[in-house]
Design a protein around this ligand. Structure first.
Ligand code: 5GP
Length: 190
């Protein structure tokens, strides 16, 4: 069987990555979405092993030290990492593997797996981004301010990605993402 492909989806918190990735999974049947590990506390409704593998910092750093992560990074004071083995297994099984991760992690992946396709999801503007973060209602004002500062740094690196999609109209952004994934996957689907 031919190997699949690795897609890295980044973009500021509130750009709509999570929604797009969930819709991508429905639209492209051979996608597999990686579940990350994090030291962040679960938000209401988040389930261990489904949204994230929730770890203590000690557990996380032990895994990192043992080479268990394809990449990992600190973001807003918490650690986030991609479990290596499951990603490798699903690529070997011929699937389109999707990582939804922040920018430092994205460039670690590019170094380790140069064939990875890096996609940056942009909000239409910083104002729209702030509005989305506030409407989500899951974060305090301080966290929102921190996330907006991080967003500016993330946006400054968007030109290093293979492709940029502006998430203004969700259906349009989804169509672009599906088209990109299918185009890259075509050669390996056999
Ligand atoms: P959140 O706390 O909102 O779930 O995620 C915060 C940021 O961490 C988001 O930009 C998300 O894409 C990123 N993230 C989630 N999982 C990983 C991961 O495994 N590695 C890295 N580097 N970033 C991640």
């Amino acid at each position: 069987m031919r190997s699949g492909n690795l897609f890295v989806i980044s973009g500021p918190s509130g750009a709509g990555k999570g929604t797009l990735v969930a819709l991508l999974r429905e639209a492209v049947p051979d996608t597999w979405i990686s579940v990350s590990a994090t030291t962040r506390a679960p938000r209401a409704g988040e389930v261990d092993g489904v949204h994230y593998f929730f770890k203590t910092e000690e557990e996380f750093l032990k895994l990192a030290g043992a080479g268990g992560f394809l990449e990992w990074a600190r973001y807003n004071g918490n650690c986030y990492g991609t479990p290596r083995a499951s990603v490798e297994e699903h690529i070997a099984a011929g699937e389109q593997v999707i990582l939804e991760i922040e920018v430092q992690g994205a460039f670690q992946v590019r170094e380790k797996m140069p064939d990875a396709h890096l996609v940056f999801i942009e909000p239409p503007s910083l104002e729209v981004l702030e509005e989305r973060l506030r409407n989500r209602g899951t974060e305090t004002d301080d966290v929102i301010r921190e996330r907006l500062d991080v967003a500016k740094v993330e946006l400054s690196r968007k030109m290093e990605y293979d492709v940029r999609l502006v998430n203004d109209d969700l259906q349009l952004a989804l169509a672009e993402l599906v088209a990109y994934v299918n185009e890259q996957a075509e050669d390996t689907r056999g």
